[in-house]
Design a protein. Structure first.
Length: 154
């Protein structure tokens, strides 16, 4: 049977998986296999986790995974992927709080990225000029008439 979805995971979600008890980790991997093959879907979540789904890991429903169905990278053979955001116990909503925090962090990072790239590009084009003249000496820019100032390079 071939996989219907690709699989990806947040790095911290992989740590969640590794830190879970062995029997829970085995059940989680089995659930992920079912999800990748399209045999399960998970229940849709709301509010700050809208677009995410919860998947019960164990029969007692004490452990949960939070996943997203999203577009796979262009290099993938699949059009969509299962993205594991978090895994944790139901107690104190650990999986949900971790997933919401990770999503919020990813959103801030992607929203800030265009500005950060522009700022880095602007800094890389700025020449490192010492604007503090030595005592008593006037710089060429201070003594030259305005029409003789060099034009900025673009």
């Amino acid at each position: 049977m071939s996989a219907r979805y690709a699989f990806a995971a947040h790095p911290d979600a992989l740590a969640d998986l590794r830190d879970a008890p062995e029997n829970i980790r085995d059940l989680a991997l089995l659930e992920l296999q079912h999800l990748v093959h399209g045999n399960e879907r998970g229940a849709a979540l709301k509010r700050e986790l809208a677009g995410c789904h919860k998947v019960y890991v164990d029969p007692q429903t004490r452990w949960r995974m939070v996943i997203q169905y999203r577009d796979a990278p262009t290099s993938s053979q699949h059009q969509r992927e299962i993205y594991l955001l978090a895994m944790g116990e139901r107690q104190d909503h650990a999986a949900y709080r971790a997933a919401a925090w990770r999503l919020q962090r990813e959103r801030r990072h992607t929203e800030a990225a265009p500005h950060a790239h522009r700022a880095r590009a602007a800094r890389s084009r700025t020449t490192q000029v010492d604007f503090a003249p030595s005592q008593g000496a006037a710089t060429a820019a201070e003594t030259a008439p305005p029409q003789q100032l060099p034009r900025r390079q673009r």
